[in-house]
Design a protein around this ligand. Structure first.
Ligand SMILES: Nc1ncnc2c1ncn2[C@@H]1O[C@H](COP(=O)(O)OP(=O)(O)OP(=O)(O)O)[C@@H](O)[C@H]1O
Ligand SMILES: [Mg+2]
Length: 112
């Protein structure tokens, strides 16, 4: 099991949701976040001469998927979130030890 955490443009959230549902991802968690990447928020919103670091609004999407679905989920997110401009976002993949569905007590992949 892996958690895929994608930080994307808020305007791409609906497209990413649809792309993940289309590959049968059955659950996801989202939140509004602020962040900066390697341009430190400066190119997307440049302010004068000062080299300030600006937080920009982003959406964070977290999905936990079975190992055999990781590549499909990465492709779905990257394709749906891509514009080709700086600030398109980033995807992180981390291992997940297990999952437990509270209602039934199921564990592991069946609990997803
Ligand atoms: N190394 C990182 N650690 C944690 N969050 C990050 C990291 N890199 C990017 N992010 C998050 O992803 C958001 C989007 O990053 P962004 O797409 O600007 O990355 P980038 O590396 O600057 O690539 P690009 O050159 O395409 O802009 C940031 O605002 C931040 O919230
Ligand atoms: Mg950037």
């Amino acid at each position: 099991m892996k958690q895929i955490t994608a930080v994307i443009r808020p305007s791409k959230l609906e497209a990413v949701k649809s792309a993940l549902v289309a590959i049968d991802v059955v659950g996801m968690t989202v939140n509004d976040v602020r962040g900066f990447g390697r341009q430190k928020g400066q190119v997307e919103r440049y302010r004068g001469n000062a080299f300030t670091v600006e937080f920009l609004p982003k959406a964070r999407v977290a999905v936990v998927v079975a190992d055999d679905k990781v590549e499909a989920a990465l492709a779905a997110i990257a394709d749906a979130a891509h514009t080709g401009e700086i600030g398109d976002g980033k995807i992180f993949v981390t291992p997940v030890e297990t999952t437990l569905r509270i209602r039934t007590g199921e564990r592991g992949d069946p609990a997803l």
